[in-house]
Design a protein around this ligand. Structure first.
Ligand code: ZN
Length: 130
């Protein structure tokens, strides 16, 4: 398969890692300091691995749920590699199940991030830092 644009996942220009449209967009975002890396080809390979795990998972096996979680964790990694935030990649703790290790860990991390995000820097602190 032809390499994909690292910006949008559409086919890239021959010999380039980006399509022309994304190259302009990335240049602009780099100027603004908001560019987030996208690894579309690695994400695609990891999604294929997740599909393989799903297709080989045996419904009657005792570790069926674990296999499905493993595949979903790979999809989370692929989403992060595609430029999504951890929160957008993993979704809500309840998606994994409250009381499960991953659901509980997400819950704790989101709460911590919310607390940190809720802390506002006082103007006096800005002056001290600056
Ligand atoms: Zn593109």
């Amino acid at each position: 398969m032809a390499p994909l644009c690292a910006g949008c996942g559409n086919p890239a220009q021959p010999g380039e890692s980006l399509c022309a449209e994304c190259e302009n967009k990335v240049r602009q975002e780099q100027k603004n300091g908001v560019y987030r890396m996208n690894h579309a080809n690695l994400a695609r390979a990891i999604r294929l691995r997740a599909e393989k795990i799903d297709s080989e998972a045996d419904h009657d096996s005792v570790d069926y749920d674990t296999r499905r979680d493993d595949a979903e964790l790979l999809r989370c990694l692929a989403r992060i590699l595609s430029g999504l935030s951890v929160k957008d990649a993993f979704g809500a703790p309840g998606d994994w199940g409250y009381g499960t290790p991953i659901g509980d860990a997400l819950c704790e991390d989101y709460a911590a991030a919310g607390a940190a995000g809720g802390q506002r820097v006082a103007p006096a602190d800005v002056e001290r830092v600056g």
